[in-house]
Design a binder for this molecule. Structure first.
Ligand code: NAP
Length: 370
């Protein structure tokens, strides 16, 4: 599919997909300003894999909640997309992670499980997280078999409970001498019952809790170890499915829909990543966030009834690049659509919205980050 055809297809997509994400409402030259804003005035770090947005087709997308069938149809437009990463450079197999410690959440299935094997093959000391101890042990065995020399340790926690997130972080702090990369990959998708609103142990809307509050608490608690191991990286796995936060209905107590809740939680994660990047730059810790691939064939996708259009490796490769690529050193506060540096949803660059989300997140997590 040509770039123009791709942009036109993207223009049709309603719901979660924010303006300017795929082909650039912002257009050439404006991406820099957007990222400058994301970094809160910090120096914009240009790297060798800097890619400007294509001059864009303006898209008129709405964040309105749609019936799930409509959402499915819209998302299935991705089927025609090129998932290969095509002309963009991929991470070379020679990238060496020996001596580096990587904590990967959500390693028990899907992209995380695949990524675990790729990281082990590069010699990383792997800290694998999962919520189910049996599945976690099985993945650790699988990884050890594929890379017998890679040290693998496991950490169990249900991210729907911030108490467990705190315990997880403290266990890592107590046991691990260093942490070079934190990959916040675990997430809950739209779910199989799109109209059934679920909540976390603390009573927060579940997708907002698992996909935004949990990585926030985990990252905050691990910052001292990341800073002590600097240069170090935080890689947050978000999605190009992004919906703006309605601050009058943050917990989606009305107008709930599962995919919308997922998309909104992913935009919250992106906004928090930008704030984090600005905060930790002085400690030589970078924070980037990405959409790994369109419609990978994983549990969350199957559960929501979408038709798969990409492999696990399609998503793992751009994620791996942010983890290992030496050229990513010093690049921070960016949103990548697979391999491309792109603008996220416009709300991610709205200083007022970012400040409101940051204040709310601080308030909701205060007893778990202190
Ligand atoms: N699939 C796609 O097309 C797509 C597109 C864009 C972005 N992404 C993102 O890619 C990342 C990986 O997703 P995936 O597609 O590989 O999904 P997946 O196969 O459903 O894997 C999700 C992982 O998150 C874990 N998880 C979910 N809820 C948890 C909780 N409460 N506590 C602890 N762990 C929990 C799961 O653990 P269990 O094994 O215990 O369930 C699993 O390991 C996610 O951040 C997702 O949002 C995916």
């Amino acid at each position: 599919m040509t770039r123009q055809a791709r942009a036109s297809a993207a223009a049709e997509m309603p719901g979660c997909l924010g303006e300017g994400q795929e082909s650039g409402v912002l257009g050439d030259g404006q991406v820099g300003r957007a990222h400058g804003a994301a970094l809160g005035g910090h120096q914009r770090l240009l790297g060798p894999f800097d890619v400007q947005a294509e001059p864009g087709v303006r898209r008129h997308l709405h964040a309105a909640t749609l019936p799930t069938l409509e959402m499915s149809k819209a998302w299935n437009l991705y089927k025609g997309f090129d998932n290969s990463g095509g002309m963009h450079e991929q991470t070379s197999v020679s990238d060496d992670l020996r001596g580096k410690t990587v904590l990967l959440t959500g390693a028990t299935q899907g992209m995380g499980r695949h990524l675990a094997r790729l990281l082990a093959a590069r010699g990383a000391t792997l800290l694998l997280h999962g919520r189910d101890r049996e599945r976690l042990a099985a993945v650790a065995d699988e990884v050890r078999q594929s890379a017998p020399d890679a040290p693998v340790r496991t950490y169990a926690a249900d991210l729907a409970d911030l108490e467990q997130v705190r315990t997880l972080a403290d266990a890592v702090l107590a046991a691990e001498p260093r942490l070079d990369v934190l990959v916040n990959n675990a997430a809950v998708g739209g779910g199989s019952a799109p109209n059934v609103r679920e909540t976390s142990s603390q009573g927060h809307e579940l997708r907002f809790a698992v996909n935004h509050l949990a990585p926030y608490v985990l990252t905050r608690r691990l910052l001292p170890l990341l800073a002590a191991s600097a240069p170090s990286r935080v890689v947050n796995v978000a999605s190009m499915g992004q919906a703006p936060i309605d601050f009058d209905n943050v917990m989606l107590e009305h107008d709930y829909e599962g995919v919308h809740a997922y998309c909104r939680s992913k935009l919250a994660l992106i906004m928090a990543s930008f704030d984090l990047a600005a905060e930790v730059a002085q400690h030589k810790v970078t924070a980037n966030v990405l959409h790994p691939a369109h419609l990978m064939d994983t549990y969350m996708l199957q559960q929501s009834g979408f038709t798969p259009a990409a492999s696990l490796d399609d998503g793992a490769q751009p994620t791996l690049r942010l983890i290992v690529d030496p050229k990513a050193e010093g690049i921070t506060g960016r949103y990548f659509d697979r391999f491309d540096d792109r603008p996220a949803h416009p709300q991610a660059y709205d200083a007022q919205a970012r400040a409101r989300l940051a204040a709310l997140t601080t308030e909701l997590t205060a007893s778990f980050t202190a």
